[in-house]
Ligand binder design. Sequence first.
Ligand code: NAD
Ligand code: MG
Length: 389
Amino acid sequence: MGSAEPKKRIAIMGSTGSIGTQTLDVIRSHSELFEVEILTAHSNDELLIKQALEFRPNAVVICDEKKYEAVKSALSSTDIKVFAGENALEQVADFDTYDIMLAAIVGFAGLKPTLKAVNKGKMIALANKETLVVAGDIVMQTALEKRAPIIPVDSEHSAIFQCLVGEARNPIEKVILTASGGPFLGKKPNFLVNVKRDHALQHPNWSMGAKISIDSATLMNKGLEMIEAKWLFNLEPKQVEVVIHPQSIVHSLVQFEDGSLKAQMGLPDMKLPIQYALGFPGRIKNDFPRFNFRKYPTLSFEEPDYKTFRNLGLAIEALKTGGNMPCILNAANEIAVWAFLKNRIGFLDITAVVEKTMESISLIAKPTLEEYFDSDGEARNFAASLMKL
Ligand code: NAD
Ligand code: MG
């Protein structure tokens, strides 16, 4: 990219989170290429204010309306527009003044603003995998119609995307998503039954937000990623596989019809896929630490333990069933993970809640967007009642 090109203006949805703050790190290091147009936060007003004062966006959103006055007054000496409430996310997503939306809100809450940006034909750098898990058919169809490029930020999908550059005419035989296995790799149910939140939050290779950290410990994250891969790369369920790779160096692989496997590798650092998505189609020079094979004499691969980590099987079932089933799986999982993080249920109860909710909510084969919202609500209510929340 030549320095004469205009800076890309970035809307960061969920700027106070793990992906959001790492995106700002990337932008800070490359202020000649990028500028911040929009920042949004759920309730962390202090960090949002700090970010706004540093990056001087056009607008910020604080979803928690109780924090509006605090943000407004802290930014009163600037011309930054301040919005509050969840609806404001869609309002700013409707702005014409940004080039790329970095979708880094966690969970179902990310769907509406992302879909708004897709409808406007904006480029999406997608971290919020739940958007595709819930309504992948609608999101991808809209992206096609509106010519909105979706560049994955999830490291596995970024890896696959990078492997596919230059391969547009070559069908994919299958993709293989790598999984670290999380903090409880090799453990059995008799251990997992007693696991507490703080232990489950300790991921061996990645530092991430709370929800995805728990999803990584239960392997639900990999199941959600299988569904995400189906939609991003237009695959049949049987073309998506998972392998455990504890070192997290091979970020995923694509197998072509001649049996050739392409992999993308690198140290586990989310700034790499974030930077790739923002810079696409260019690669941006950086000084991040480089991979050194002497520090990794062995890269190993093994079959997932489906018997112990049953969430992975449930996600595969949802992937195969299709319709609103992935939406139901996701909603039940969001509520169950929230309850686990509040110490209201045990680690293995997460799976039980997801399974019972999947059995109980009616299947809709080809849901409308409204029906996805209804299924999400129904599944949440059912899961909450199971846990007596
Ligand atoms: P996080 O919890 O650290 O941050 C979430 C962000 O979303 C915060 O800015 C928060 O204020 C905002 N937010 C939360 N709930 C909201 C709501 N109801 N309405 C509006 N905003 C809300 O999460 P994270 O780890 O940064 O993950 C963000 C997304 O990226 C998730 O979908 C996750 O699966 C995906 N992802 C994360 C990583 C990672 O390394 N953290 C890797 C791959 C994919
Ligand atoms: Mg991932």
